[in-house]
Design a protein around this ligand. Sequence first.
Ligand code: AKG
Ligand code: FE2
Length: 206
Amino acid sequence: MVDNPLMTTRLTRQGFDIYPGFLDRPAQEALVDRLRSVLAVAPLVTPVTRRGPMSVRMSAAGRFGWISDARGYRYEERHPSGVAWPPIPDEVLAIWRAVSGCARLPECCLINWYGEGARMGLHRDEDEGDFSCPVVSVSLGDEGLFRMGNPERGGRTESVWLKSGDVVVMGGAARLAYHGVDRIRYGSSTLLPNGGRINLTLRVVT
Ligand SMILES: O=C(O)CCC(=O)C(=O)O
Ligand SMILES: [Fe+2]
């Protein structure tokens, strides 16, 4: 982690707080190692929505994981295999403590995996019971084009290429703002041996 992350923050017009390069390369590598152990217990799955399978594969750590299947989408206390989600790694909780400004700890660390061609449409994170804490997002691996919108659908948007080690805080007016990932630059980072992008989102759920 950088010594004083507050020195590097950039506030977008939409109110999203971006910390470019929050994690240095060794910290990114250590985090990927920890995530490998999480995914060994709770493997990535392809969520299915009414519009069909998502291009992003997902897993989670923490008390809750977010699931979307034929029964709809919701937070669940177990992976579809029946195992409890593994605990959120300490390194991830340290990022939350440094940037969230929230006294509570996250109850869900969603793990999104973007392979070549994967994207995530514009959406709001609104399935949580409490919006007073921000959603904190951590990017690892290939660059992703992150689009930031407004609390209502439509209006002007602003886009930024998120790089490996960047952290985004969606709090205040940005907590319920639309956002998504238009595309990734597959193979732009050497962090993950087979390319791709990992994004973690930390949320207070209840
Ligand atoms: O991949 C990203 O940068 C954003 C992920 C996201 O918006 C989500 O998981 O809700
Ligand atoms: Fe989101």
